[in-house]
Design a binder for this molecule. Structure first.
Ligand code: SF4
Length: 342
């Protein structure tokens, strides 16, 4: 973690005659899939009581995971670490059929909080594999979502991580290939990878609809809007959050002179403010708004008290809670809607 260095306000040099301000990107923060997954664990803890096991981080955010752990969630890496017969929640990033199989063998009671937009990609993979396509999955090796999607059709899917990977891609039949992608990639880099794939394989088919989800796209559009005016962009998000890491890259590619990702306001190094008049702020799709507020409060302490929200899209998508949980809540006469406890 970068040490926090406090400067006296007089040491923070802003360009002469220019006031300090914050451009706050919107949309930012929680997407519908993350909101649903976090509420699913909260409601499971309320309804069944602790402990509730969760396979992997429910969403890629340190603060969310720590907060749920304090309430009694136990996070495990693999399904075989869950005691026989216990209840386990699968994370928003999705799981492969093999994970469901292990859960069934261990008589686990599962709550599947896979984001419906990840499930959509799984279904595309199953369908194209059934039709015997070669599937080129654009995504990052080792990411849980990619492991889950690839696990749906391991014999048909090969991973393409970047435009530079394209040279090494070989397929059985260049007339019968389709590309799919991880939901949280950089739109621009993915399009470049696809452009190069199509140069090599002109008959490459597109996915039936965008795999990079609405939330990822909206947050990238918003940061592109603020980056050209910001000498510094701060992205709130965890290091394993793909969409947060992409926001830093997108900000730098679109004009920000510097961009950093932080989990918490306390990680901000005040030397970043040297020569800065405008700070852009955004957050990844797994970040609760209170962490952004803490960043804004710290910025205000250093003279960046004027905050202008730049809105590039409105979002109102909500997903209903996982089916298994809704059924149990309904049977107990409890609230089944996607709402937090007050
Ligand atoms: S980032 Fe997109 S795919 Fe991932 S949980 Fe959110 S809405 Fe779903």
């Amino acid at each position: 973690m970068m040490p926090r260095k406090r400067l006296a306000p007089s040491e923070i040099i802003s360009p002469a005659g220019v006031g300090r301000r914050v451009l706050l990107a919107a949309p930012r923060g929680y997407c519908a899939g993350v909101d649903r997954a976090v509420i699913a664990v909260e409601k499971a803890l309320d309804h069944y009581g602790a402990p509730v096991y969760v396979r992997k981080q429910i969403v890629h955010n340190l603060h969310v995971v720590e907060t749920l752990a304090e309430r009694g969630a136990i996070f495990v890496d693999e399904t075989d670490q869950v005691p026989e017969g216990a209840r386990v929640v699968f994370s928003a990033h999705g799981v492969s059929p093999a994970v469901h199989q292990v859960a069934a063998e261990r008589n686990l009671q599962t709550i599947d909080a896979t984001c419906p937009l990840v499930t959509k990609v799984h279904k595309e993979a199953v369908r194209f594999a059934r039709e015997d396509y070669d599937i080129l999955l654009v995504g990052h090796e080792g990411h849980e979502e990619v492991e889950g999607t690839a696990g749906e059709a391991p014999d048909h899917i090969q991973l393409v991580q970047s435009p530079d990977d394209v040279e090494g891609v070989t397929v059985r039949d260049p007339e019968k290939i389709v590309w799919l992608s991880q939901t949280t990639l950089s739109v621009d880099e993915t399009m470049e990878t696809v452009r190069r794939l199509r140069e090599k394989f002109p008959k490459l088919q597109d996915p039936p609809s965008d795999d990079i989800c609405y939330a990822t796209q909206n947050r990238q559009v918003a940061v592109k809007k603020i980056a050209p005016e910001a000498e510094l962009v701060i992205v709130v998000g965890s290091s394993n959050s793909s969409n947060s890491v992409r926001l830093v890259e997108v900000a730098l590619e679109h004009g920000a002179k510097a961009a950093y990702r932080v989990d918490y306001a306390r990680e901000i190094d005040e030397t970043w403010f040297h020569g800065v008049a405008t700070v852009g702020v955004t957050s990844g799709a797994s970040v609760p708004e209170n962490l952004v507020r803490q960043v804004l409060e710290l910025l205000a302490e250093y003279g960046f008290g004027e905050v202008e929200e730049i809105v590039t899209a409105e979002e109102d998508l909500m997903f209903s809670l996982p089916r298994e949980l809704r059924k149990d809540l309904k049977a107990a006469g409890e609230e089944t809607s996607n709402k937090r406890r007050s």
